[in-house]
Design a protein around this ligand. Structure first.
Ligand code: WQD
Length: 337
């Protein structure tokens, strides 16, 4: 069965391509290489012994999307990762985010509505919850007004998919990720942040490697155990496996509703200082960091209630925070060697 993975050479996309191939799917990866590199194909090959079909084009070009689906009329499902995802950048450049994250989604969905039956997995985010009132966060927690254009594009994306499902044959699963970290245990693929990393873990590994002078810890005056903000850090391979399970659910027509939503996290919250301590343990070296002021737009706490994904998808995150951090550190050392 042929599965299309948009953003298939990206961080989560490439790990999902590997897991799809491991399950025997034929994979077509689409990527415009704006935030990835064709070298990722070699990494995938080194892991699975197969390269996905790769097509380089931009999903913002409607004609290119139409042409693709005209040539691939045997698509069993689409997993849609392709999107811009830096919160800070989205505040500076909202139109880039609305064009890339919304237009591309619309063009892909337009082609799916032409198929007899379509199965669609959408890369969403815990960002849609904003600062949820209650921890751990369940899927029916209220959706808060978005704190950034990035978060807004995820909320709008979910609404578009819901509206489309009501009047078409497109069946969808929305996967709301918490904080994806780590790299494939083989260190053949991983996170390739271009420029200064926005996210905590790549900044930690680059600091540990000596590429950054020190980590700035954004605030230690939050109402948490040690004053630093709490997140749910999930290994990217666990996340990738959840996508394959979700796609199989649709292919096997096991979905109860035309749009289903699942939180993908470990169910455990970790503070920034706890992540630093865990990293120092797995890397066996002290991390140079400094407490500074809070980052604009950050929330205090977010970690997932994973009952729905555990009980309905039959999926549970396997990797511990330390294992995830160890894989991120192994990757950092590999790409700098
Ligand atoms: C984590 C914690 C920071 C960097 C982002 C996206 C979200 C989702 C997950 C895609 C926070 C602190 C960070 C640093 C720090 N992505 N931090 N120093 O903001 O929780 O969520 O990734 O779906 O959409 O917004 O992740 O890694 O940026 O921050 O102290 O140099 O680490 O304040 O508490 P975040 P993050």
């Amino acid at each position: 069965m042929k599965i299309v993975v948009t953003g298939g050479l990206g961080f989560i996309g490439s790990h999902t391509v590997v897991e799809l191939q491991n399950e025997g799917f034929e994979v077509v990866a689409i990527d415009n290489l704006s935030n990835s590199s064709e070298k990722v194909l070699d990494g995938i090959f080194n892991i699975t012994g197969k390269k996905p079909i790769f097509e380089k084009f931009d999903l913002r070009e409607k004609s290119a999307v139409q042409d693709f689906f005209a040539r691939h009329n045997d698509v069993a499902g689409v997993i849609h990762f392709a999107a811009s995802k830096a919160v800070g950048e989205s505040v500076e450049n909202p139109l880039l985010y609305y064009e890339n994250n919304i237009n591309a989604l619309v063009y892909v969905l337009q082609e799916l509505t032409k198929l007899e039956k379509a199965n669609f997995i959408f890369s969403s985010s815990c960002t849609v919850y904003g600062q949820a009132e209650k921890m751990p966060i369940t899927e029916n927690a209220s959706i808060q007004p978005a704190m950034s254009p990035y978060g807004n594009t995820k909320q709008i994306g979910e609404e578009i998919i819901t509206d489309v499902a009501k009047v078409t044959n497109v069946n969808s699963i929305l996967l709301r990720y918490f904080n994806p970290i780590g790299s494939h245990p083989t260190a053949e693929i991983g996170e390739l942040p271009l420029g200064v990393p926005q996210n905590l873990v790549p900044f930690i590994t680059q600091t540990a490697f000596g590429l950054r002078e020190k980590l700035s810890v954004y605030g230690d005056d939050y109402p948490t155990s040690d004053g630093t903000a709490v997140r749910d850090y999930i290994h990217v391979v666990d996340l990738a496996k959840a996508h394959v399970i979700a796609m199989k659910r649709l292919l096997d027509k096991k979905n109860i509703e035309k749009v289903e939503t699942f939180n993908l996290g470990t169910g455990t919250g970790s503070s920034v200082l706890e992540v630093i301590t865990a990293f120092e343990k797995v890397s066996n070296q002290k991390l140079n960091y400094q407490i500074v002021g809070r980052r604009e737009g950050d929330i205090t706490e977010a970690y997932a209630n994973t009952d729905k994904a555990n009980n309905i998808l039959g999926w549970k995150a396997q990797s511990t925070l330390e294992e995830s951090l160890a894989s991120a550190w192994k990757w950092e050392q590999k790409i700098r060697s």
